[in-house]
Design a binder for this molecule. Structure first.
Ligand SMILES: [Zn+2]
Ligand SMILES: [Zn+2]
Length: 309
């Protein structure tokens, strides 16, 4: 509950004023709990940035980006399926299934894959893959699984495949990518979407949550706790093939590593370039920034609402 209560900001060494729009979680203490909405958000941002770099790096004629979702059927009303053991067995099945699919179909020269395993609000365990490789589809992948001598075959559900060919263009619209590999923006969006770990309500992508201006609808805390135990020492994310060598810094950068504000004047005292980093309470800081009409975080996309709502 306390996670995300503090952010790192830039403050003036001469007068102590804090500069708006400079908040970051880099270098602050976060709980790293799999069910935490703040950590989910921080992690999703990092994976998304990393995936953008992966897009730039991976290039091979004929390969393109796909998003693959593998589901594992269960009964949401069966307490056994929602128990630690039930969840854990589906997590392990998910990991094994993806491994099989990679080894028997997806693993071709210059191909790469990023895999996450997630649980939904109602306990639905699924595997997500962002796959860079030759064109494929659900029919092909499902056939591969069916022809396997996989002992858990009857526990595997559907496999859904989608090209990452579109960039989101706001309110139900989308733009088709001109790059044959797919859309970089679409890939970043997909990476964010599959990296939350546990699904939460829309609020956690919103700065307003940090300043207590809105609530987050989180997954049932009991399920989250069971998920934490069920996935103990299990790798929920994995890099395969061409993505293995591409470093993903899950612990983040140093605070304000790429900020150059040596020519920025302080709004409080006017002194130029005396900035340093310090930790401050998120709630007041975010609220103050919003009062000024600006996002609080460096990567924030918060916008002021029109006065009439
Ligand atoms: Zn100052
Ligand atoms: Zn946390």
């Amino acid at each position: 509950m306390r996670c995300g209560s503090h952010v790192m900001v830039r403050s003036c060494g001469a007068c102590g004023s804090v500069r708006g729009g400079t908040g970051t979680y880099e270098g602050t203490h976060t709980c790293k709990t799999r069910g935490c909405p703040t950590c989910a958000w921080v992690r999703a941002k990092r994976v998304s940035e990393w995936m953008g770099k992966a897009f730039d790096k991976l290039d091979h004629r004929g390969h393109r980006w796909h998003m693959v979702v593998m589901t594992f059927p269960y009964d949401p009303d069966d307490p056994e399926d929602l128990s630690v053991e039930g969840l854990r067995s589906r997590v392990q099945l998910a990991a094994r299934s993806v491994k099989y699919l990679w080894q028997h179909e997806l693993k071709v020269p210059k191909a790469g894959c990023y895999r996450t395993i997630e649980v939904s609000v109602r306990g639905h365990v699924h595997a997500n893959l962002l796959y860079f490789g030759p064109p494929t589809n659900s029919y092909v992948l499902e056939s591969v699984m069916q022809t396997s001598a996989h002992e858990d075959l009857d526990r595997i559900g559907s496999i859904h495949v989608q090209d990452v060919a579109y960039a989101p263009a706001g309110k139900g619209r989308r733009n088709h990518a001109t790059d044959p590999r797919g859309s970089r923006e679409g890939l970043e969006r997909a990476a964010k979407y599959i990296s939350k770990g546990v699904c939460h309500g829309g609020g956690n992508s919103d700065e307003e949550y940090l300043s207590n201006q809105c609530f987050v609808r989180t997954t049932d805390p009991e399920l989250v706790a069971r998920w934490e135990v069920a996935t103990y020492r299990t790798q929920l994310t994995q890099k395969m093939g061409a993505l293995r060598g591409l470093k993903l810094d899950e612990d983040g950068k140093k605070p304000h590593e790429d900020v150059d504000d040596s020519d920025v004047a302080c709004g409080g005292c006017g002194v130029v370039g005396e900035w340093g980093s310090k930790v401050t309470r998120a709630e007041e800081y975010v609220f103050d920034c919003h009062t000024l009409g600006i996002p609080a975080l460096v990567t924030g996309n918060w916008k002021e609402r029109p006065p009439d709502g």
